[in-house]
Design a protein around this ligand. Structure first.
Ligand SMILES: *Cc1c(COP(=O)(O)O)cnc(C)c1O
Length: 490
């Protein structure tokens, strides 16, 4: 009898089994062979054209869909799983984590909460992250899309707690004195978005100058707080950065914690880069004081190498956290028994439906153990020190700032060259390295100095990769100078 209904399930399960096995085989080969491929390559027009076609109204065989991706997507990645990718600040993913994302999707559960195994795994991963950074078990936390979202969640709690009025009910219009948040001038851009989104405005985030080491000038911070109190503002929160995005600088967390206590301010730590140093035996001393924070944002898709995306907001005062977001509409009441007989995880943030981001983290942590992740963090820091030594020993290269953890800023610097020509030269070195697929570094400007920036947040990097980077920088720099492509005073 013909069926009346249709479904998205395969009509040919055995065919789907064969294709799925093929995908797994290809995935293993792809990951194992990553070092043999270019870090990145530009997409030819014909490849781009595949992603500009019309909306598919009619079916295609799953084999064809997959074939198209093997040919046109898999060879053109961003590159961050490659051992010589060091741009911005990305993790390099891991195979078990990728399988976790697959299983999470197969299970299909919604992590808005409820009484099911995935919800327990979500809560367990949050508990483990608390433990890693030295937060008490009674603290609360939530997995979100990344560090930007984690910072917004934490700063929302900070705003509501410090407002002196009921912001949920009355909005920011009910706040008597304008709130002030403080961070160094090295603060990540997501905090500006956060204060804008929170309705406080960009001016509510007062940037405190950083010193030569890129850490916040705490004397300047003290003066700013005093000045704000004297002129009718309400100092509310200090945002310390544990690992700045430019250079990896770590603000003095213990001093800032003490200052917050004295001044009665919320102490937030943006630990998207550095919070996980807490699990690294040789470097954990760098983030001492973080455990005193009222809230921490961290990023398992960075130094735990979880496939994108997963970030985490932790809040010491669980009541304050849930107080900022909980809401029980009539259609989502907790039941006595059954699927809805559990706390709702959506009460800790702005999402209602939530993906099962925890599983990829849970599986990789179970497989390798936390200690190995700590050693990998130490390994990256040691590699950055190694690269720093190579640069200092090379007469063609200059360090552009101190290396604290795993971020190295440097430039190819010939004698007697203008700042504009120097920037042009180093930008060209960076672009040619990307275009030839040898290595991927980004650039930035630290205290007015333009430089190349190498963030070694990569469990596949070995020291020889850094030897290649240095040799390639010098080779490209020399060749650009010899070509006369760079005018010294350009
Ligand atoms: C990466 C980063 C963020 C933003 O995190 P996403 O995961 O990219 O949203 C915030 N702060 C710092 C210091 C970061 O390095």
């Amino acid at each position: 009898m013909p069926r009346l209904e249709e479904t998205l399930d395969p009509s040919d399960w055995e065919g789907m089994r064969r294709l799925s096995h093929q995908m797994i085989d290809d995935a293993v080969d792809y990951t194992r062979g990553v070092r043999e491929r270019p870090v990145w390559q530009a997409m030819p027009e014909a490849v781009r054209a595949n992603f500009a076609g019309p909306m598919p109204t009619q079916p295609s065989p799953a084999d064809d869909v997959y074939g198209l991706l093997m040919e046109n997507m898999m060879p053109y990645p961003m590159g961050n799983i490659h051992p010589r990718f060091w741009m911005w600040y990305m993790g390099s993913s891991n195979f078990t984590g990728a399988m976790g994302d697959f299983l999470a999707a197969i299970l299909g559960s919604n992590l808005g909460g409820g009484n099911h195994a995935a919800a327990l795994i979500d809560q367990q991963v949050v508990d483990w992250l608390k433990q890693m950074v030295g937060f008490p078990k009674q603290a609360s936390g939530t997995l979100v899309s990344g560090g930007s979202a984690a910072n917004i969640v934490a700063l929302t709690v900070a705003r509501n707690e410090m407002a002196g009025s009921n912001v949920r009910e009355n909005g920011i219009g009910g706040i008597e004195k304008p709130l002030r948040f403080y961070a160094s001038d090295q603060v990540h851009g997501c905090h500006q978005i956060a204060v804008e989104t929170l309705g406080l405005g960009n001016k509510a985030l007062r940037r405190i100058p950083s010193l030569a080491d890129c850490c916040m000038d705490i004397d300047a911070l003290r003066s700013a707080i005093a000045e704000d109190r004297a002129t009718g503002f309400k100092p509310a929160c200090i945002i310390a950065t544990a690992g700045t995005v430019n250079t990896g600088a770590i603000d003095d967390l213990r001093q800032l914690a003490a200052l917050c206590r004295r001044e009665n301010l919320w102490f937030h730590v943006d630990g998207c880069i550095g919070a996980l140093l807490a699990i690294a035996p040789e470097n954990k001393h760098r983030v001492m004081g973080m455990e005193l924070a009222d809230s921490i944002a961290l990023d398992p898709h960075k130094w735990l190498h979880a496939p994108f995306e997963v970030g985490c907001a932790l809040v010491r005062d669980a009541k304050a956290h849930i107080g900022a977001f909980s809401l029980t509409p009539e259609y989502l009441e907790t039941a006595e028994r059954g699927i809805a007989a559990a706390p709702w995880l959506f009460d800790y943030g702005v999402q209602t439906s939530r993906g099962f981001k925890a599983l990829k983290v849970w599986m990789a942590l179970q497989e390798h153990g936390v200690e190995k992740f700590g050693r990998l963090i130490d390994q990256n820091v040691a590699q950055a020190a190694y690269l720093t030594d190579l640069i200092e020993a090379n007469p063609k290269l200059e360090l552009a700032s101190d290396t604290t953890i795993n971020i190295v800023c440097y430039r190819y610097e010939p004698k007697n060259i203008s700042a504009a020509a120097l920037k042009h030269l180093n930008t060209e070195i960076m672009l040619q390295m990307q275009e030839t697929g040898v290595a991927a570094v980004s650039d930035t400007t630290v205290h007015g100095k333009h430089c190349l920036r190498v963030a070694i947040n990569n469990h596949r990097t070995v020291r020889e990769d850094l030897d290649i980077l240095v040799a390639e920088t010098v080779r490209l720099g020399n060749s650009l100078m010899a070509d006369g492509q760079i005018r010294l005073q350009g």
